[in-house]
Design a protein around this ligand. Sequence first.
Ligand code: AQP
Length: 344
Amino acid sequence: MAKPVVLTGLRANSEFHLGNYLGGILPMIQLQKKFAGDYQLNMFVPDLHSFTTPVEHSKLYLQIIDNLKVYVAAGLDLDNEDTFIYRQSYVAGHSELAVILNNFAYFGELQRMTQFKEKSDQAKDTNITAGLFDYPVLMAADILLYGAKWIPVGEDQRQHIELTRDIALRMNNKFGEDLLHVPVEWEEQLKFAGRESGVRIRSLKTPEKKMSKSVDDPAGTILLSDNPEDAAKKVMSATTDSIGVIRYDMKNQAGISNLLQILALLIDAPLAEVIANWEGKTSYGDLKTAVASEVKVFLTDFQRKLANVEEPELMRKLEASEYLMRDVATQNLYKIQQAVGLRP
Ligand code: AQP
């Protein structure tokens, strides 16, 4: 029997930040270590999604390869034969399935997507593209094309996972229960990824907002390429509050809560344990120092590993995975094309 598929992707619109690492990359690495052999792992670059927000097109191709190197530096084992890395645009089935799914996704539900609303607001004077509007449908295609059951992503993608489920259930209702594998519900996803709650790393400067690639917020964003000393300084100047007592309270103490969350993930400790260690203490400086030190250690180690990633080996794995995934995608797509009446 085919192994259950775990799948995740990170856009290559820019280099990654700590939020991408903790919310999108780390869970996949941990799952690979925990379940090697039991699951198929698809870790891809949704490169067609990359320009749903502005990018420098002339730099995109190299950015994609650089971002793939980050997966390896973060610990993805390329020798694992159940692990596949690929670029979305190299497997045509993603786009073809998205066109089909578009006819089973509703305008109203896409309009309600928080990410669409936020990114439309960020677009300010520029035109809002159909690509941005349609982002969740292409994401649903990315998932349903491989029948992925588990999608470890950050909290910001929760609504998109729920939409994917809705589209799949809608199609199964019409064409038969066996047509599409429906990814499991969000709470189950969290349990599988070993998370107590969804991860949403906030900007260090504006902790009400998430740390983001496409927002110009250098003091609030820790890039994986940041000089470790500079990154530590950003933590030391993080926005907190005037309450003066450490509590995990995202509503009223978002800055402090964000630091506790970052610390827990970096030291791989349960959030509840980190909260118990710090709650009630009054020195924000001590907490910042602890987080800054972990950030520095993490970046130093990560950047050393990144410098050692072997590009030829990466490219071999990439091309071999793409070759195989094209086959899998074609077969799965055919079933859907048949169901909707496009094939005999
Ligand atoms: N702040 C965050 N905290 C936790 N997880 C996060 N992710 C993104 N930001 C945070 C997770 O990283 C993965 C990347 O998703 P994406 O590249 O498709 O883009 P995104 O969700 O739109 O993330 P970004 O980095 O903020 O990019 P921009 O600002 O360009 O849109 C996903 O698993 C996401 O949950």
